[in-house]
Design a protein around this ligand. Structure first.
Ligand SMILES: *Cc1c(COP(=O)(O)O)cnc(C)c1O
Length: 442
């Protein structure tokens, strides 16, 4: 052990990165491989590793840390709620879950936030009804969505797996790792070893509304898509895609599940990506950024899906936990108070423009919206680029062999954007195949 006496700043960390990697490998299952960097702390858009090396965090824990690290509003909300009431289970109501549900419903209606004008309105028709179920993660939100659409389909005499019904998902989609969500996940490499799942799930190419049209008939229980595929490399669909899915579901009776687990809560410069498309799904799932780092997932039901669960149909011990709900309320308050939707839109556009303007041959294309970008590379060197970026003090994500994903905190500043784009030419040069083969400086 090194640095045992050092309690400045990192009181819990007395071990070196190399030692922690060894212990990680011995004590944790090998499903993640062994990450190269051992983080110790963060503040704003900056994180430090256990050796004190500083990094600009441009991935935010996979589009999660929307407020960056150590944001005072999040720290206070979590500390106060933990001191007041950390857990209730679903045997009891607590105020934060009610507040958060109302708040999300208000945002989904496009209402001004912070006014709680939705409270007890009781004037909405059944078709306007919106209700939420709280889970703890993205995959759990999608499990709830699956059960919800199955509950509605059962009323139509359809079951997705006994020959009467089926579900349609898209190639390369990512919907989670638990059994139901994994069955919907369109990457064979992560799915196939763990099947069969007892569900009839059919995959069509993402972004191809005609293929979807051919695949969906009146026996289809549900269509599930991401508004832009995140884990596939931040891949947006054609502009009318969501509208065409909406029309197809209306025509066939299939439920439209929209997975906004990565795209939601400001990432694209809108509260939700579907609001930009002007399309409302039947079921919506959220997670990642909502808790600002605290685990929370949400399944939202619209219209008949708002009330499709009967008492006893679903549940979670931790779901809607007061601390997670308090964190989420702090995230929503801060996004609004600090105009972070505008920041995401403006600085995302700046970031994309600056990366494109470098004109480096390794950058084939920059795609995405808001602070959610996929850099398509002209060679499969994303892992090298990620490693060279880290050596220059920037955390980015090699989401695919030829794609870099960037999803910084929504709080990122203009000068931090320029810090990265200023360093990027040198990073790109070090990652170009010829340069990296002749050896870099590390
Ligand atoms: C991350 C993600 C999930 C899974 O969320 P977990 O919290 O990791 O279970 C599901 N869908 C999408 C689109 C995601 O980005």
């Amino acid at each position: 052990m090194s640095g045992v006496g050092d309690t400045n700043g990192t009181p819990h960390t007395a071990a070196s990165a190399a030692e922690l990697r060894d212990r990680f490998e011995a004590a944790l299952m090998p499903n993640y491989g062994t990450p190269g960097i051992v983080l110790a702390r963060g503040q704003g858009t900056t994180v430090w590793d256990v050796e004190g090396t500083r990094y600009l965090d441009l991935i935010a824990g996979i589009a999660v840390s929307a407020l960056g690290h150590g944001h005072p509003a999040l720290v206070k909300a979590v500390a106060d709620q933990t001191a007041t009431l950390a857990h209730t289970s679903n045997l009891f109501i607590h105020e934060r879950e009610v507040e958060l549900a109302e708040r999300l419903i208000g945002l989904l209606r496009g209402a001004a936030t912070g006014q709680h004008s939705e409270q007890g309105s009781g004037q909405n028709s059944a078709a306007d009804d919106i209700r939420v179920f709280f889970a703890n993660s993205g995959t759990e939100a999608n499990e709830a969505a699956l059960k919800l659409v199955k509950a509605v389909a059962a009323d139509r005499g359809l079951r997705a797996g006994d020959g009467t019904g089926y579900i349609v998902s898209t190639s390369n989609a990512f919907h989670g790792r638990t059994a139901g969500a994994l069955a919907l996940t369109g990457k064979a490499a992560i799915r196939e070893k763990f099947g069969p799942f007892g569900m009839d799930v059919r995959f069509v190419p993402y972004g191809d509304a005609d293929a979807l049209h051919d695949a969906v008939d009146s026996s289809c229980v549900a269509v599930i898509v991401e508004p832009t595929q995140g884990e596939a490399g931040v891949v947006p669909p054609p502009e009318d895609y969501l509208a065409r899915i909406r029309a197809l579901c209306d025509a066939t009776g299939a439920a439209f599940i929209l997975d906004e687990i990565q795209s939601g809560i400001g990432r694209t410069g809108h509260w939700f990506a579907h609001q930009e498309a002007g399309v409302t799904p039947d079921v919506l799932t959220l997670a990642k950024a909502l808790g600002g780092g605290l685990p929370i997932g949400v399944c939202v039901g619209f219209g008949r899906f708002a009330t499709a669960f009967a008492k006893g149909d679903h549940g979670s011990t931790f779901g809607g936990n007061p601390v997670a709900c308090a964190a989420a309320l702090a995230v929503l308050d801060t996004i609004e108070a600090d105009s972070l939707l505008a920041n995401a839109a403006d600085l995302g556009a700046l970031l994309a423009a600056e990366i494109t303007a470098i004109g480096h041959p390794l950058v084939a294309k920059v795609r995405g919206s808001g602070l959610w970008l996929g850099i398509q590379l002209s060679a499969p060197v994303a892992a090298t680029l990620q490693e060279r970026a880290a050596a220059h003090g920037f955390l980015i994500n090699a989401v695919a062999p030829d794609t870099i994903r960037i999803a910084p905190p929504l709080t990122i500043s203009r000068s931090e954007v320029f810090e990265f784009t200023g360093a990027l030419p040198a990073i790109l040069a070090e990652a170009t195949p010829s340069a990296s083969e002749t050896g870099g400086t590390a």
